[in-house]
Design a protein around this ligand. Sequence first.
Ligand SMILES: Cc1ncc(COP(=O)(O)O)c(C=O)c1O
Length: 295
Amino acid sequence: MRAYELTKEQIKDYDRKYNLHSWSANGNLDPLVITKAEGIYFWDADGKRYFDMSSQLVNSNIGHGNKKVIEAIKAQAERLAYIAPSYAVDVRSELARRIVEIAPDNMGKVFFTLGGADANENAVKMARMYTGRYKVFSRYRSYHGSTMGAGNITGEPRRFACEPGLVGYVKFFDPYLYRSGIDFSSEEEASRYYVDKLREQIIYEDPSSIAAIVLETVTGSNGVIIPPKGYLEGVRKICDEFGIMMICDEVMVGWGRTGEYFAINNWNVKPDMITFAKGITCGYAPLGKTGGNPL
Ligand SMILES: Cc1ncc(COP(=O)(O)O)c(C=O)c1O
């Protein structure tokens, strides 16, 4: 039973009057009115059915209306909907234990957040506290969230709304071979080129001031850029050489998107921290996470 009934026209009218939509010039928006979703489909107010080919924001990994998840949410809401962070509760203890069990074996603890940007904000704060350094390296073709800190880690134009930027947030180029303009003879050669450039940039920025390198394990919304062979290993080596923390943002590619629970498990590389959100709850509830080695 619904507490209110709105017509299609009212939904659209109230939306245009009272809602702000993200990442859109709101003036001329004409959003489709959606009324239900199930499995891989969703329906508009005229009953037209759509395939959800993008899993919404690449997050509905198990599809819409999953009964098992809905029943579990209802049961938990009845038993205990909220408890302050200082207490220990079964669901948080058990979920953290299970995550650490399937994460790379250097991962120690889990810090739960409400989403991906929030997870990245916390990862950077932790890296700064742990290393006592302040600079943060991240790549141009990247999206890490839209809050002030995550927006400054982000390299693509969605960061412009957060500028003038935070002090010490430095950008470097991704190994995007398709648009590199350089005719590399192999993936390994390309990796060597980009890793050497990164190392040079780090030296010019003073390695002893750099807390973290943040990168999407596989770049998502900026082109699905799969790292060439040897690239992630090369970044790991630089981090080890200079005591910099390697933070892999798996908000989009975590939770099965690449065939592994964590995309980094496709390589023999262990980051110091992994952040994720999206697929962990598939949009049924807000949740993100920062997990790490030194935590
Ligand atoms: C790689 C990556 N990091 C971070 C985020 C931000 O996550 P959230 O929207 O949950 O804050 C996104 C969202 O699309 C993302 O794709």
